[in-house]
Design a protein. Structure first.
Length: 315
């Protein structure tokens, strides 16, 4: 087995993503390798989307999602769009079925820039999130009263989009709130045994929500697709918006539709930055352009599957 594996450095609305090609291999990316890549300015990421061979019939691939601290995540909408962009550039396939820790999801390349992901169905029960105890109404949760008063936050809503989310509604511009101060506190609160993604959301019309997110295992992020979906469905159940909304994130806009069949459809772009080879055990890497980290292998410049991408993610 070749020690090095192809990767593509990409982003989904500024959500920094590494798409790693682990097809045809028996090994996995180690937490140490993820941390090593995250600490390098060139390969810094929010999530790694590791593409493995399919494990389940009628799926194309198994996707392992790894946070920048080496822990696993169940879902990543922006990362899924990056996977679709990379695979489409390689194969010209437009429709995909992936298996993740959160279950089976489908995605499609709609045109040269827009990618749609079926994020599945939301869950609102305290055991589904999960929470460590029953707090009653998760749509309008009477929790974190001291923090809400200190930072001027409204009563939050909670939902699972395969991973847990808490959304605090706010009246003013989302940049007026110190999410960097309370995000980590809430993420690691004992109420959330699997930690939680923390967002602040301002509704500006029945079809528009502005959102900032503190992502578990990654911190402040320019975009979080599953958080956008969680905020959208929570806005509907609290009568703040309609079922189709534009989510305005620091990195750009996504559209989210909560269909009548209970599925959440998220649509947005993905962008390629560069591709290369990396060692899944250590994280040492080398790019197509000849740049490498100080301890990387002397392997030749890669011509792997992802080397065919252009800066727009197409062949």
């Amino acid at each position: 087995m070749n020690k090095m594996a192809p990767f593509a450095k990409m982003n989904g609305l500024g959500n920094q993503i590494i798409v790693a090609d682990m097809r045809g291999r028996d090994d996995r990316i180690t937490p140490a390798a993820a941390v090593y890549l995250a600490q390098d300015a060139a390969t810094r990421f929010d999530q790694i989307m590791a593409i493995h061979d399919a494990r389940t019939e009628n799926t194309d691939h198994y996707i392992e999602i790894i946070n920048c601290d080496g822990t696993q995540a169940q879902a990543c909408g922006n990362g899924t769009r990056c996977v679709v962009q990379a695979l489409h550039a390689e194969t010209r396939q437009t429709n995909f079925t992936f298996e993740t820790l959160a279950g089976i999801l489908t995605a499609a390349m709609l045109d040269g820039t827009q990618i749609s992901v079926d994020m599945g169905t939301p869950r609102f029960g305290w055991q589904d999130l999960p929470l460590s105890l029953d707090i009653g109404d998760t749509a309008q949760a009477d929790i974190f009263n001291d923090l809400r008063e200190k930072y001027g936050l409204q009563m939050p809503s909670l939902a699972s989009i395969g991973n847990p989310h808490i959304i605090f509604w706010v009246d003013q511009d989302v940049w007026s709130y110190r999410l960097e101060q309370f995000g980590a506190i809430i993420e690691n609160d004992p109420l959330f045994p699997q930690r939680v993604n923390v967002s602040i959301a301002q509704v500006t019309s029945e079809h528009d929500i502005h959102l900032r997110t503190w992502e578990r295992g990654a911190g402040l992020t320019r975009a979080c697709g599953s958080a956008a979906c969680a905020a959208a469905v929570c806005a509907v159940i609290t009568n703040k918006t309609k079922q189709y909304v534009t989510m305005h994130l620091p990195g750009g806009d996504l559209t989210v539709e909560w269909r009548d069949d209970d599925h959440i459809i998220m649509t947005g772009p993905a962008e390629w930055e560069f591709s290369g080879l990396f060692d899944p055990q250590t994280g040492h890497w080398k790019s197509d352009q000849g740049k490498k980290d100080e301890q990387s292998s002397d392997a030749p410049s890669p011509s792997g599957r992802f080397g065919k991408l252009t800066n727009k993610g197409t062949v």
